[in-house]
Each structure stands twice: as structure tokens, then as C-alpha cells.
Ligand binder design. Structure first.
Ligand code: NAD
Length: 496
């Protein structure tokens, strides 16, 4: 098992320089597997955010980055991808150290991050824009241009990957950025900016600040020098970012929370459904925005499916993410673990029945970390908070349905609309149900895969806009209409 010996001294990156918070203050960054301090991070404040925003504004207004030919911007992104790939093991190690997730999951995140840089490097050099046939003698066309200064704010559950999903398309499109990682997981962020620095992206184009959301994050959302805010995080925070962004009518993208249904029909291939159901809720400790945290099972197979699910979930190996045997790591922080444990108490009080887990794990040397048992509730009903609210941990709530219509009604019955899974061997039924689900990402006979090529985002209170794919690049561009007069002569509208 690999660990770090030295506490990492983190810095912010502004105008191509490594800097501390202006106040000089720092805070501890914790390894959730054992509670030890792994890094000291700058405790930035509004003044640090202002400094970074001013730099990004000046840089954008100079035109240097937007005017850099796309092929050259692409070569910077490819160089970042190459260096990230060379250091993949180190990044995976650090991600697990800071976030807790099993090392094999961190390795997937790093590989996906590499691929995301390459994907947008490729896309930005491809033809885009459109021409329109309008009345002679005019010719209309559309070109895409960068939005300007973009604030990019990300959460702690996939610290590297969520950052790259924003940084890669924003830079590819020619924007300048001020990026803020979560204060809980800033380690891989700084390492990524080491690479951004090494490849020689012009100073001032990519800036990184650290610090609390309500101060640093709020300034990034509120500042009139910022043109766009792209946020991934909780729905409550998303709402306050939306309000903060109104002052100068910012362009906004919001990737928010979820309480996604995973629907199992009696005619499903049950072994496949079981496998994906486990991944849907226990991957990344259940700290996944699109987690299938509500399991809807057709009544005919309910008891049998739950029994098999318990058998399988019981065997999940919980432990330090650095151990290759580990299948589920610790929750990201003590505060977050306590929040999840509180939801378990709420569920019991509401009358749901625990059939597996429900406790913090303290045995076998896990007492210093924030480990929890995989947990399953049955008898969930739509009025319960554990059915309606995002718990964001390894806690599955099972509901029963008796027909297609009821499955759809239950599935749509929350304020969220991020993702949904459907398991059935009747393809027509599967597609029929999916078409009725109010969710932005859906899976038929699988649950969870994400692709750089395909759009990511939610309906309802799960967000606004789409990341990834061509849609992800669109989020970082403005559309300009250009009308060209092919016969240059006075129009003659006014007589004199
Ligand atoms: P969070 O909303 O608490 O924090 C996210 C980021 O916002 C952090 O960097 C934080 O410092 C910052 N922030 C907090 N308050 C702010 C404010 N008032 N103004 C500006 N910035 C502020 O979320 P979290 O606890 O870090 O992450 C978990 C949440 O993220 C879950 O709800 C999860 O569903 C969501 N998430 C969504 C997606 C998606 O793609 N839809 C992906 C990952 C995570």
C-alpha cells in the first residue's frame, strides 16, 4: 500500500505564479481513511478571488488566448493530456489519498480526464459554424466565439474529473478561466495546474483559487468582471450561485444534485440488474450525483431481488482506498459521514426498514477514518425524506411498484431529474418508459457509464445546460450571427 510521507504545501495559481492567500492563512486537508493531515491549503478570501478574476479579465481582453489558432490551443491541451497520462499513477494515488475512493476508481478518473483533454483538443480543430440561405443579396452565417472570463467551481466527489470536464472545453474554446476546487479536495487540482504551468499556456489564461464557497466561490459567481459561471455541486448552492450571477446576467451552467431512480422490471436479466444496481449506489461510496439511490422493483420479484442484493452488498470490501482489495472507501469527511448517518436515523423514524448496514464501521483499524457499511432500506414511500432528498452516501432506498405506469410515476416523483436506469428484456417497454422519464441521462440495461462524447446534465432541479460532447463546448461559446450584404448599394428606405 502506497502512502505519502510529507504534508503537501498547496498554493494557488494566479497569473502564472504560485501564491499563498493574501491573508497568509491556511487550512488542513485530511485523508478520510485515517483522519491525518495530508496537505495545507491556502485559505483564500474574496480579495484572492478578485485578484484572479482581474488577471483573467485582462488576459481575455488582450485577445491573446482567443486569437491563438485553434490548432495551437489544441496542442496545449494534448500536451496536458500527455503529461497527465505520464503521471497517471501519482494522480490516482493522490485522488484516493484526498477523496478516499478505491484506487481502481481513481485510475479510471485519471484515464477519463486524459481522454477529455484529447477529446476537446480534437473537437476545437474541426469545422463549425453554419451558413443560412436568406433573401438575396444577403448571406447569413453563424460563428462561435469564446464567452469570455469563466468561473469554474467544482465539488469534492470526483475532484480531478469534474474539473477537467470544465477546464478542457473552456480553454479549448478560447476562454480565460478562474477555477476553484472544493476546499475539501484541492490536492489533485494543484497538481493539474503544475501541468498547465509546465506546458506553457500563456500567463493569466488559467488561474486557480482556493477557499470557502460562501466567500471565494460567491465572488466568482457575483463579480461583474466574469462573463460565465459553470458550477457543479449541490442544488442549494446552485440556487445561490444563480442569484449571485444575476447582477450582470451571467451565462450559467449548473450541474446539480440528484435522487435518481433505477427501475427493475420482473422480465429483466436479474444477474445483470443486480450487478449494475450495486454499482449504481456503492460506486464512489455513493457520492455520485447520478447515483441510483432509489431502487424501484416490480412487486413480483421484489423479495427475491432484495434478498440477492443483500447477499451481494454484504460482501463489498470496505477499507482504505489504497488497498487493491478495497471496493468501497471512506466517506469524504467526518462532517459528511455524520450527515449521511443522520439520514439513516431519519429513515428509521419515517418507518423505512433497514435490511443491511446502517452504521459507521469502526473495526479492523477503520476507527480513525470515516467508513460506513453499505446500507439498504426497504418499504420506502414517496412522502419520506430519504426518498426525496439526496443523501450522497452508500444508502439505497427500495420502493415497490406493480405496473409500468406506477413505476414511471414513482420515478418522476422528486424535484430532481438527473439520471435514471431501466432494466427489462422487452426493448419496446424499456424505451417507452425511458421516454416518459424526466431525466437528462438514462441507461437501459446498464447504469452509470459516462462518455466524453455524450451530453451530461439534468432536468428540473438537477441543473441547467449540458457538459461533455459537442454540447459541452457550446456551453463555453457565444453564437454570433453575421449578415453579409453581397450587393453594396444604398437601401433607399428613406426618401430624403
Ligand atoms: P457544494 O455545493 O457544497 O460545493 C460545490 C462547490 O461549490 C465547492 O467548491 C464549494 O466550495 C462551492 N460553494 C459552496 N457554497 C458556495 C457559494 N455560496 N457560492 C459559490 N460557491 C460555493 O457541493 P459538494 O458537497 O462539494 O458536492 C456534492 C454535490 O455535488 C452533490 O449534490 C452532487 O449531486 C453534486 N454533483 C453534481 C454533479 C453533476 O454532474 N450534476 C457532479 C458531481 C457532484
Amino acid at each position: 500500500m502506497k502512502t505519502l510521507t510529507n504534508v503537501i504545501d498547496l498554493k494557488m495559481y494566479i497569473n502564472g505564479e504560485w501564491v499563498d492567500a493574501l491573508s497568509g492563512q491556511t487550512h488542513d486537508v485530511i485523508n478520510p481513511a485515517n483522519g491525518e493531515v495530508i496537505a495545507k491549503a491556502p485559505l483564500g478570501d474574496v480579495e484572492d478571488a478578485v485578484r484572479a478574476i482581474e488577471v483573467a479579465r485582462q488576459s481575455f481582453d488582450s485577445g491573446e488566448w482567443a486569437d491563438t489558432p485553434p490548432v495551437q490551443r489544441a496542442s496545449y491541451l494534448n500536451a496536458i493530456a500527455d503529461k497527465l497520462e505520464e503521471r497517471a499513477d501519482e494522480f490516482a494515488l493522490l485522488e484516493t489519498l484526498n477523496q478516499g475512493k478505491p484506487i481502481k476508481e481513481s485510475e479510471i478518473d485519471v484515464a477519463d480526464a486524459v481522454a477529455c483533454f484529447r477529446y476537446y483538443a480534437g473537437m476545437i480543430t474541426k469545422p463549425d459554424g453554419q451558413t443560412y440561405h436568406v433573401a438575396d443579396p444577403m448571406q447569413a452565417m453563424v460563428v462561435r466565439e469564446p464567452v469570455g472570463v469563466c468561473s469554474l467551481i467544482v465539488p469534492w466527489n470526483f475532484p480531478l474529473l469534474m474539473s477537467v470536464w470544465k477546464i478542457a472545453p473552456a480553454l479549448a474554446a478560447g476562454n480565460t478561466i478562474v477555477y476553484k476546487p472544493s476546499e475539501v479536495t484541492p490536492v489533485s487540482a494543484m497538481k493539474l495546474f503544475e501541468i498547465i504551468d509546465e506546458v506553457g499556456i500563456p500567463k493569466g489564461v488559467a488561474n486557480m483559487v482556493m477557499g470557502p464557497g460562501p466567500t471565494v466561490g460567491n465572488e466568482l459567481a457575483e463579480s461583474h468582471l466574469v462573463d460565465k459561471v459553470s458550477f457543479t455541486g449541490g442544488t442549494v448552492t446552485g440556487r445561490s450561485i444563480m442569484k449571485a450571477a444575476t447582477g450582470n446576467i451571467k451565462n450559467i451552467s449548473l450541474e446539480l444534485g440528484g435522487k435518481s431512480p433505477n427501475i427493475i422490471f420482473a422480465d429483466a436479466d436479474l444477474e445483470t440488474a443486480l450487478d449494475y444496481t450495486l454499482m449504481a449506489i456503492f460506486f464512489n461510496q455513493g457520492e455520485v450525483c447520478s447515483a441510483g439511490s432509489r431502487l424501484l422493483i416490480e412487486d413480483k420479484i421484489h423479495d427475491q431481488f432484495v434478498e440477492r442484493l443483500i447477499e451481494r452488498a454484504k460482501k463489498i470490501v470496505v477499507g482504505s482506498g489504497h488497498s487493491p482489495e478495497t471496493e468501497m472507501g471512506p466517506l469524504v469527511s467526518q462532517a459528511h459521514m455524520e450527515k449521511v448517518l443522520k439520514y439513516i436515523e431519519i429513515g428509521k423514524e419515517e418507518g423505512a426498514r433497514i435490511v443491511l448496514g446502517g452504521n459507521r464501521l469502526m473495526n479492523n483499524g477503520l476507527d480513525k477514518g470515516f467508513f460506513m457499511e453499505p446500507t439498504i432500506f426497504v418499504d420506502g414511500t414517496p412522502d419520506m425524506r430519504i426518498v426525496q432528498e439526496e443523501i450522497f452516501g452508500p444508502v439505497l432506498v427500495v420502493q415497490k411498484f406493480s405496473n409500468e405506469k406506477e413505476a414511471i410515476e414513482l420515478a418522476n416523483n422528486t424535484k430532481y431529474g438527473l439520471a435514471a436506469g431501466v432494466f427489462t428484456q422487452d426493448a419496446a417497454k424499456g424505451l417507452r418508459v425511458i421516454k416518459k422519464l424526466r431525466a437528462g441521462i438514462t441507461w437501459l440495461n446498464n447504469y452509470g457509464p459516462t462518455y466524453n462524447e455524450a451530453p451530461w446534465g439534468g432536468y428540473k432541479q438537477s441543473g441547467i445546460g449540458r457538459g461533455l460532447g459537442t454540447f459541452g463546448l457550446d456551453e463555453y461559446t457565444e453564437i454570433k450571427q453575421i449578415n453579409i450584404n453581397l450587393q453594396v448599394e444604398p437601401v433607399g428606405w428613406y426618401k430624403n
